[in-house]
Design a protein around this ligand. Sequence first.
Ligand code: ADP
Ligand code: MG
Length: 319
Amino acid sequence: MALSEFEIIRRFFHREVPLRQDVALGIGDDGAVVRVAEGCDLVISTDTLASGVHFPADAEPSDIGFRSLAVNLSDLAAMGAEPAWATLALSLREATEAWLSGFARGFFSLADEASMQLVGGDITRGPLAITVSVYGSVPRGEALLRSGARPGDLIFVTGTLGDAAAALELDLKTAPATHARALRQRLLRPIPRLIVGVGLRGVASSAIDVSDGLASDLGHIVEASGVGARIEVASLPLSEPLCQLVARYQAWELALSGGDDYELCFSAPAMHRALVTSLAHSSDCPITQIGVIESERGLRCVTPDGSLLTIARPGYRHF
Ligand code: ADP
Ligand code: MG
């Protein structure tokens, strides 16, 4: 490597001014020391992005940096946690200045916005892969779980679904440039729904982020909760670009089985409907009711004519 590990850390990842007061010791020792607030639980999550699996080898380094943190922050959002600290393990074929500075720019643009401090990591030589671990906090006992959905609860999703999958699967060359750009942006730079996640504490009965596809991820909720769900596919929130580019039926398919949107899917008791509506306003994030939790197990996706839609492709599976 042209740059030594220590130069890489010093130049691209260590920052003179610490972002957070609760970091007693950041990058530079054998471990970081952080202070967890009294009365809080620590929420921990980790995700790896591998070149050729989660992003093309020639993707923009700044997009890779942004996305590697975004997908992790989305997990904290789904737990209702506030982001605090992160560690970053990098495996690189070669350490070029251009790649590292782009990566760090993307990573820190989101970290700063989320008030998250990078407190450590690791660098090794190997196939390009990025593992980020994130640490966040929730008031004790208030983390949002997958297991709390009850029959009669309403099912909601944030934002729109199917856009990232459309960017991945459709040929966008002939699409209007603004539509193509909007859809690609969803894939490259997912926005973790952190404010909504925090706002759902005490409101949602279960939550998950949509990384593998709605049907698959809502499937985890119903499985963990021992219930079932009915989705009205006509209620699925679809973006303008997606509706312009594909027929309604294909848009539903993308929304149900396409991954990578990183929206939140959650259930809430019907009596909390107004709280959900006001959270959508205060967080400036659209939230749409798409169905209800039922006691009958399994997932039923109902079309406007009353027929059941079978999902051809379940969510992405690595193994
Ligand atoms: P050790 O050999 O004890 O694991 P390292 O030399 O790997 O220590 O790392 C030195 C310091 O730099 C540690 O505090 C480590 O957490 C931090 N660090 C290493 N790689 C990164 C990285 N990619 N981003 C942020 N901090 C890092
Ligand atoms: Mg190390």
